[in-house]
Design a protein around this ligand. Structure first.
Ligand code: NAD
Ligand code: 2HG
Length: 528
């Protein structure tokens, strides 16, 4: 099978080598497509790679019937409709580390240019003006830099600012006193940062909480003559409020690499002499472009060929060490879910997944997602995957409960799935037997020992002598070989269950013939 990958923004040719070198991947590069052209084309592709120019909208994703992965060569994923991607089961991966250094260096370049008015002086000189009076700057030494957002880039900027002998005060909802001490910065609320700083630089993502975080009210609280830097995302700073604050003299200058609408060639902020700007160049270095393209290309190859991604954005990433431990349970968890779908009539209302024994020591969320996938896939189709399984369950109003109990229950590990509909509650449990692989060990109240694989027949019947023989003979007459058989009963002469592993899926006629036996209460043929 060959996977088709579309690259719709310019990426480093050296960086996409992992894609070019993969045997089963065809790479098409088509930059500058209009939204309509991309919508028309996307149906052919298994993967889409973008930088920040391509807007991957819901409309585009909804037409991407084969799309499995969107790779963002960079950090910010605000140009991708993540909800739509999750809903359609498309994983989004980014390259979070590859451009940190370049973005931090660019921020420092902007900070220094802003302080010393280098772009303005250069422009004047280019225009033949030797003007030393207008371009008097300020020193950084001893000034306070406020950093809003102390993630990868914010922390790097803070470290470099300290090298300029600046004091740094930072705010980040995840910044603890210990980390602040380690980084050698003061920390406080966003208001503390805004009030105390001579320069303010923002390094948050653009999300609901950070949209216009720096607004009219915030400017009002700042020191007179404050200088503002935004090398993160347009929209974190309210551009109208910034314009007014510069015009009023409250803000002495601003350095902007990003804008609410890009490209921003005709922006009124650019008319102000106090504003210096670059066209979203934070990550535009040879090194960063190569790094991010390599990282995202590797993840695309990995996901298309092995179903694992290192930097997923719309799915929690599973550390390698954990993955090694839980991977053997993947097959079991999905099969338990699939098995149950054959036993339940009606609409699932609740799924209860319990983990016991060794499993209690592990992060089991990936197994829960996989079990839900098994429960939904048979009815909803192959588009159900790890990315959208939980979303699809929630959308259908299915309550999913996950719990851990350390009670050994006779197994070193046990995964039990119970499903409730309006009419019934059914359950199944499985284990991973050392050296033998996955086994189903319980179906409702019955203990069994079953490999969760192949064509199975589950027969609920009355416990009477001869039933097993009758079923065996009928199947033999029809040329259906029984590979394995499990029987269990509630009590002598009561309800009993027979589970057969057969070499061939039962046709409707075979099921009808078996149902003729009066001892058989219910028969279900299934394919795991
Ligand atoms: N200009 C460029 O070319 C360029 C290049 C790379 C990254 N970026 C942008 O820079 C930003 C930071 O990137 P990063 O790699 O450091 O990301 P990151 O995820 O490492 O850091 C972001 C930090 O923002 C913090 N945060 C979230 N909400 C906040 C809030 N309300 N107030 C304060 N902090 C908040 C988070 O806790 C996190 O620590 C992103 O917007 C990214 O898209 C721009
Ligand atoms: O693609 C780019 O050059 C911009 C990348 C940058 O904004 C990011 O968020 O990583």
């Amino acid at each position: 099978m060959t996977f088709k990958v579309l690259i719709s923004d310019p990426l480093s040719e050296d960086g996409i080598k992992p894609l070019r070198e993969a045997d089963n991947i065809q790479v098409d590069i088509d930059t500058g497509l209009s939204p309509d052209e991309l919508t028309e084309k996307i149906g052919e592709y298994d993967a889409l790679l973008v930088r920040s120019q391509t807007k991957v909208t819901r409309d585009i994703i909804s037409q991407a019937s084969k799309l499995k992965i969107i790779g963002r060569a960079g950090v910010g994923v605000d140009n991708i409709d993540l909800s739509a991607a999750t809903e359609y089961g498309v994983i989004v991966v980014n390259a979070p580390d590859g451009n940190t250094n370049s973005a931090a260096e660019h921020t420092v370049a902007m900070l220094m240019s802003l302080a010393r008015k280098i772009p303005q002086a250069f422009l004047a000189l280019k225009n033949g003006k030797w003007d030393r009076k207008t371009h008097v700057g300020v020193e950084l030494k001893g000034k306070t830099l406020g950093v809003v957002g102390m993630g990868r880039i914010g922390a790097e900027v803070a470290a470099r600012a300290k090298g300029q002998r600046m004091n740094v005060i930072a705010y980040d909802p995840f910044l603890t006193k210990e980390r602040a001490d380690k980084l050698g910065v003061d920390f406080g609320s966003v208001e503390d940062v805004i009030v105390a700083s001579d320069f303010i630089t923002v390094h948050t993502p653009l999300i609901k909480e950070t949209k216009h975080l720096i607004n009219k009210d915030a400017f009002a609280k700042m020191k007179d003559g404050v200088r503002i830097i935004n090398c993160a995302r347009g929209g974190i700073i309210d551009e109208d409020a910034l314009y007014d604050a510069i015009k009023s003299g409250k803000v002495a200058g601003a350095a902007l690499d990003v804008f609410e609408e890009e490209p921003a060639t005709d922006h009124r902020l650019l008319e102000l002499p106090e504003v210096i700007a670059t066209p979203h160049l934070g990550a535009s270095t040879v090194e960063a472009q190569e790094n991010v393209a390599i990282d995202v290309s590797h993840d695309v190859v990995r996901y298309l060929t092995e179903d694992v991604a290192k930097n997923p954005v719309n799915l929690p990433s599973v550390p390698k060490e954990l993955m090694n431990k839980i991977e053997p349970y993947f097959h079991l968890s999905e099969k338990l879910g699939t098995f149950l779908t054959y036993l339940i009539p009606g609409v699932i209302e609740e799924i209860n997944i319990s983990y016991s024994g060794e499993l209690t020591e592990l992060e089991v969320a990936p197994l829960t997602r996989n079990t839900i996938k098994g429960l939904l896939k048979r009815h909803l189709g192959d588009h159900v995957n790890d990315v959208n399984a939980s979303y699809l369950a929630e959308k259908r109003g299915i309550q999913v409960n996950e719990n851990k109990s350390s009670t050994p229950r006779g197994f070193t590990n046990l995964l039990k799935v119970e499903v409730k509909t309006k009419e019934v509650t059914r359950s199944i449990a499985g284990t991973l037997l050392n050296g033998l692989g996955p086994r189903i060990v319980q179906v409702d109240a019955y203990s069994v020992d079953l490999v969760p694989e192949g064509d199975l027949v589950v027969i609920k019947h009355n416990d009477r002598p001869g039933v097993i023989g009758k079923v065996g003979s009928l199947l033999a007459e029809r040329g259906i070989n029984i590979a394995a058989m499990q029987v269990g009963r509630s009590d002598v002469g009561g309800e009993a269950i027979m589970i057969l592993t057969v070499d061939k899926y039962l046709e409707d006629a075979d099921v009808e013939a078996l149902n003729e036996f009066e001892e058989i209460e219910k028969l279900t043929a299934m394919e795991l």
